[in-house]
Ligand binder design. Structure first.
Ligand code: BDR
Ligand code: CA
Length: 323
């Protein structure tokens, strides 16, 4: 059994990622840690437990972490995710309580308790992960890889050049990317690529399985808020978003990556939070002057097999066990 931990800001597409991760028979989702991002921390924790309830996965530990980025105030994304952070579907509130320990302690505990190295999957601003790596750097020895949704090798969404998660906490993104832990950046270059057609999410929304029904409603919400976005394939299609990063963990063959230097722009001003990806192959003035490229070389996802990932996602929900 392979071991995974998700760090989320649930979040409509984080919810889709949770559903996909729980429905993988060959993966053990050891814990889910929460951070402020798409909505405030309390909302993220509630939404996360609501999704796990729909999945019948009440035994997976959920822990609250950072309520704001390292330097700046929290800024939510209600215009995409709704005022409750999960599409304002008026879902029943979970009766579960999160762990009493802080997310950083739960991450440390679960990483060390894991029988094999853990794949850590941040789908949110990386505040919790930066705090973890600074507080307990020794956890790196039992982390297989960090596969994070964040950044972009092209354009941004929160700003013209910065993606939401790296823009929300640029210092945290810098700490994680430069940590030396093997990392894959699942950025905006692939984030919008995998979509579900309208007929499929409408069908999910009428399923007898509560998690499939939830996925159908969430995808319907995403189709509405992203209608007309030039990055989505097909009219009425809904993007898998963060769930695409979980696809990349489960089925890395569907992802094309290149090892490239990445540097997070930390300066105040219009480029703050941008991930500057160095695609150049030749010597440059900068490289000659500095004796090498700036940034840290990580695997940057540049293309995705959309059909393969769409099928992976839908198969997890269409399984005969789940209606
Ligand atoms: C990222 O920001 C959030 O809106 C999504 O959940 C995703 O993690 C995309 O920029
Ligand atoms: Ca997210």
């Amino acid at each position: 059994m392979q071991q995974m931990i998700l760090d989320v800001d649930t979040g409509v597409d984080d919810a889709l990622a949770l559903i996909l991760a729980v429905r993988q028979p060959e993966w053990n989702l050891r814990a889910v840690t929460c951070v402020a991002g798409n909505t405030d921390l309390a909302g993220v924790v509630t939404n996360t437990m609501t999704v796990l309830d729909a999945l019948g996965a009440q035994d997976i530990p959920v822990a609250a972490g950072a309520s704001r980025p390292l330097l700046e105030d929290a800024r939510n994304a209600a215009h995409v995710h709704g005022t409750d952070g999960m599409a304002d579907l008026s879902l029943p509130k979970s009766r579960r309580r999160p762990e009493t320990a802080h997310a950083v302690e739960v991450l440390r505990r679960e990483i060390f308790a894991s029988p094999t190295p853990v794949t850590l999957v941040p789908l949110a601003p990386m505040t919790n992960i930066a705090l973890l790596l600074r507080t307990y750097p020794e956890v790196a020895a039992n982390i297989e890889r960090i596969v994070f949704m964040g950044g972009s090798a092209s354009v941004g969404n929160a700003t013209p050049v910065a993606e939401f998660n790296t823009w929300h906490d640029p210092e945290a993104a810098h700490i994680v990317i430069s940590s030396g832990v093997p990392a894959t950046m699942f950025g905006l270059d692939v984030f919008y690529a995998t979509t579900v057609e309208e007929r499929d999410y409408r069908k999910l929304a009428t399923s007898e399985d509560p998690a499939s029904r939830l996925a159908g409603h969430l995808l319907g919400h995403l189709a509405k808020v992203n209608a007309g976005d030039f990055r989505l394939q097909g009219i009425g299609a809904a993007g898998l978003g963060d769930a695409g990063a979980v696809c990349a963990v489960i089925d890395p063959e569907g992802l094309s990556t290149r090892a490239l230097p990445v540097e997070v722009s930390l300066a105040a001003g219009p480029a703050r939070g941008q991930t500057i990806v160095d695609h150049r192959t030749k010597s440059s003035e900068q490289r000659l002057a500095h004796g090498g490229a700036r940034g840290t070389t990580i695997d940057v996802a540049l293309a995705v097999d959309e059909h393969r990932y769409r099928t992976l996602f839908l198969d997890a929900l269409r399984s005969p066990d789940y209606g």
